[in-house]
Design a binder for this molecule. Structure first.
Ligand SMILES: Cc1cc2nc3c(=O)[nH]c(=O)nc-3n(C[C@H](O)[C@H](O)[C@H](O)COP(=O)(O)OP(=O)(O)OC[C@H]3O[C@@H](n4cnc5c(N)ncnc54)[C@H](O)[C@@H]3O)c2cc1C
Length: 417
């Protein structure tokens, strides 16, 4: 089924009876060339690019729940390429380029909206840091503009500029950044993978990884054993638990990150705005809800829900920045499980077990990485060598200390910011 304007018109006029399911619901086969554990954004994009770029289609994606029910459907949908460090900057730059062509590539409306991301700064020191960041982005070939206070006021007149604890000095504007509809991204990749012959198997939890003589042989699941020549672990917040099935202890802690949405309002916030002093960021969804979030909950947890103290902290920060939002009613809040690495940067690598690969450590920023991560992980799994854009994401950097990418400059306590 291909989506076209003509098709939408025809279906609209004929009672929408011609649409078919986006993907099949196959029974698992007893053997595949490649098994991907995890049907989130990264697992689905990996399967898609394995099929599209490498012609490999005897693949199963095994998902313990339903496709897109994890973090890929729980995030605040921000897409940007404003990373500064070598290793991250070229990777996220590549990802944004893939985002820009994604809807055509997938023939699917992911509601990509390049509305601009503005990071506010509130001190001279922060201005210097953002000027440096902007230069790094420009030298990477991405866009960045340093705004002064009046420049910010012009774009975001609803912020509180007077009598505030942290006065706004300016902001770094990244025009090509924005948002995309998170679950449509999962559905688009799922549909594209299915169309190329990949089996997407839901309600199929992996409970064990079979290894013989240092080689992966397959997985045990709640729907029986499945043999495989190669296995990729792509389970975000559950990475530590699934890697333990292969005897691995990862340098990862899982923490909850919450988000919030208000009732639908008329358009009021045109950009993604990030408050540099208060761990608060906000955008407005296409349905009109204000979508916002803040810090991690500060203790490790596998619970997919948040806690009251962080809710209060986020609301306070929002009120400090734009008191007007105090009038909006919060409709929902939710949480996802973040796979936090010590340096805040991800892992895309082989493991010591032949045929077993891992893609994890996306912390609280892995949505924007979905296209490039799948692209690079597929390359690694198909060709047995890292893609150029992801060659720094090595697992052994945490054992050797070489090649760490401490993007936030928070040292070994990244999980605590
Ligand atoms: C509140 C919140 C806000 C965020 N905001 C942003 C943002 O604005 N921008 C951004 O870039 N990132 C953001 N993120 C981070 C981003 O969502 C994650 O980094 C990214 O989605 C993680 O990768 P994924 O999509 O593959 O994970 P998931 O969707 O969690 O996929 C992993 C899948 O593995 C499955 N699984 C786990 N164990 C097993 C098993 N044993 N067997 C089979 N399947 C298994 C899970 O059910 C899950 O579906 C946010 C996250 C949260 C929670």
């Amino acid at each position: 089924m291909k989506f076209t304007g003509f098709r939408v018109l025809r279906e609209g006029l004929t009672g929408n009876k011609g649409w078919t399911p986006h993907w099949r619901d196959p029974e698992p086969k007893s053997e595949y060339d490649i098994v991907i554990i995890g049907g989130g954004g990264h697992g689905l994009s990996t399967a898609y690019y394995l099929a599209k770029n490498h012609g490999l289609t005897n693949i199963a994606v095994l998902e313990k729940g339903y496709l897109g029910g994890g973090n890929v459907g729980r995030n605040t949908t921000i897409v940007r390429a404003n990373y500064g460090m070598e290793g991250n900057s070229e990777f996220y730059s590549h990802s944004l380029k893939l985002w820009e062509g994604l809807e055509q590539d997938l023939n699917y409306n992911a509601m990509m909206s390049q509305r601009g991301v503005i990071n506010l700064f509130h001190s001279d020191g922060q201005r210097d840091a953002f000027a440096r960041r902007g230069n790094q982005m420009l030298s990477q070939g991405d866009d960045a503009e340093l705004l002064d206070r009046e420049g910010v006021r012009h774009l975001l007149p609803y912020l509180d500029f007077d009598n505030v604890r942290f006065p706004i000095y300016g902001g770094l504007l990244h025009r090509r950044g924005g948002t995309a509809r998170h679950d449509a991204v999962a559905w688009g990749f799922a549909r594209g993978a299915d169309q190329r012959g990949v089996d997407l198997i839901q309600q199929c939890e992996v409970t064990g990884i079979d290894i013989e003589n240092g080689k992966v042989r397959g997985v045990q699941t709640t729907r029986g054993a499945i043999r495989a020549k190669k296995v990729g672990i792509v389970v975000a917040g559950r990475s530590g638990q699934v890697a333990a099935m292969a005897g691995m202890r990862l340098p990862i802690e899982s923490h909850v990150l919450q988000a919030f949405v208000t009732e639908g309002l008329k358009p009021v916030i045109d950009h993604v705005v990030s408050f540099g002093m208060g761990h608060f960021y906000i955008s407005q969804s296409d349905k009109g809800g204000l979508v916002f979030g803040g810090d991690l909950d500060f203790y490790a947890s596998y619970a997919q829900r948040g806690n009251m103290p962080m809710m209060e902290h986020v609301m306070e920060a929002g009120m400090t920045l734009m008191p007007m939002i105090g009038k909006a009613k919060v409709l929902r809040s939710w949480g996802g499980i973040m796979d936090m690495t010590p340096d805040g940067s991800p892992i895309i690598d082989k493991t010591d077990t032949e045929g077993l690969f891992i893609d994890c450590g996306w912390c609280y920023g892995g949505f924007k990485a979905v296209p490039a991560s799948g692209f690079a992980f597929a390359h690694l799994m198909a060709q047995d060598r890292p893609h150029d854009t992801a060659k720094r994401f090595r697992l052994d950097r945490f054992a050797t200390g070489h090649g760490l990418m401490d993007e936030e400059g928070t040292g070994a306590q990244h999980n605590l910011h």
